[in-house]
Design a protein around this ligand. Structure first.
Ligand SMILES: *Cc1c(COP(=O)(O)O)cnc(C)c1O
Length: 368
């Protein structure tokens, strides 16, 4: 479950709820595990999952780099001592000024999926490495990207050639969707990359296989070793000479290192349903309960349990966490009781709104 250090923190002078507590030693351990399972690859932690300075330091301590989405994340990583060449600007949506900012600060690796962006990179970050992000048809993940990112393989061939003509170092990228439980998604992506590179007649300097590695919320997911085995087999099957891999995990690095502590605000029977309202909801940390995409596990005080509908504290009708996902909590649960939300280190605090209904963003305590 959660770490000994988190247990001790909770047993001591725990602060008012809601809050997130992160054991950064688990972050470092996880980055090391990635390095062991994916030797000869570069890991760029997706900062948006949890940008706490202590989390960034924990990634650095294990030799990790960073996938950054814009100037603020670049500044945050450099402030913690990251080398600019360990940053990869992975957001395909960027202003010219942001590319120039990145280049001025030493960033030399970018991801793109459209011609105009590629030309902007050539202009404002000349000579950089660029990964062309392809849209690959993969099994559904828990929180898919839909069709927002990635060009078709045919467009990728053209963009690889254009990148070369513009003096950039070309590579390819894909992202199989976040919380992807099916490792065959990476086989599809790697096969597509090999085909595109062969058709373009361009040897890939690198292949960015994104993030998306799942963690166990309620349902089991493959281990990192199982994901790695599929990736290794796909590289051997599809590439005569495998390119250098870049990985961009976010969730799988930080989710299991964090626990949220929340308090029950109200319990009410509405018809035959027991509604439980917490002091955390969609807008102050549990954004990923949208469409009930991520089914968090709860830790309670025990006793006989019964079904509940779980909701957040705000005056917004969408601030309901689970009404279709089965959820059981103690029958004796009452206002003031506290619950733990497990594996909550990723995409919680970073998604928290500034002041919706006057509620402050989710406070994070990092144990270093
Ligand atoms: C969000 C994001 C990631 C991280 O995805 P996870 O599912 O958290 O591993 C990696 N790369 C890019 C480009 C992203 O936008």
């Amino acid at each position: 479950m959660s770490s000994e250090r988190i247990r001790r923190f909770l047993a001591g002078q725990a602060p008012p709820t809601p809050f997130l507590v992160v054991d950064t030693a688990l972050v470092t351990a996880r980055v090391r595990e990635f390095a062991a399972e994916f030797p000869h690859s570069r890991l760029c932690y997706a900062v948006k999952a949890n940008p706490e300075p202590a989390v960034l330091r924990a990634v650095l301590a294990a030799g990790g780099g960073f996938d950054v989405a814009g100037p603020a994340e670049i500044t945050a990583c450099l402030a913690e001592g990251a080398a600019p060449e360990s940053l990869s600007y992975g957001n395909p949506i960027k202003k010219a000024a942001d590319i120039a900012f990145a280049f001025e600060h030493g960033v030399r690796e970018f991801t793109t999926d459209a011609e105009s962006d590629l030309r902007q990179i050539a202009r404002h970050a000349p000579g950089s490495a660029v990964s062309v992000r392809m849209l690959v048809e993969t099994p559904a993940s828990a929180t898919p990207f839909g069709r927002k990112f990635g060009c078709t393989p045919a467009e990728a061939v053209a963009l690889l050639r254009l990148a070369t003509d513009l003096g950039l170092t070309p590579g390819l990228a894909f992202h199989v969707g976040s919380q992807q439980p099916d490792p065959s998604a990476w086989d599809t992506g790697i096969a597509t990359a090999a085909k595109v590179a062969a058709e373009a007649g361009i040897p890939l300097a690198h292949l960015n296989i994104g993030g998306g590695f799942g963690i166990r919320y309620r349902d089991p997911v493959p281990s990192l070793a199982e994901y790695a085995a599929v990736v290794r087999a796909a590289l051997a099957a599809h590439f005569p000479t495998p390119p250098r891999l870049v990985l961009e995990p976010g969730r799988a690095v930080v989710a299991e290192a964090g626990l949220i502590r929340t308090e029950v605000v109200l319990v009410a029977w509405r018809g035959e349903h027991r509604w439980v309202y917490l002091d955390i909801g969609r807008y102050n940390g549990l954004a990923e309960t949208e469409n009930e995409a991520i089914p968090y596990r709860f830790e309670d005080g025990g006793g006989e349990r019964g079904p509940v509908i779980l909701a957040g504290p705000t005056c917004d009708g969408d601030d309901v966490l689970y009404q279709h996902t089965p959820c059981e909590l103690p029958l004796a649960l009452a206002p003031g009781d506290q619950l733990g939300i497990l594996d909550a280190g990723a995409y919680t605090a970073s998604y928290s709104s500034v002041a919706f209904n006057g509620i402050e963003p989710l406070r994070t305590y990092c144990l270093e």
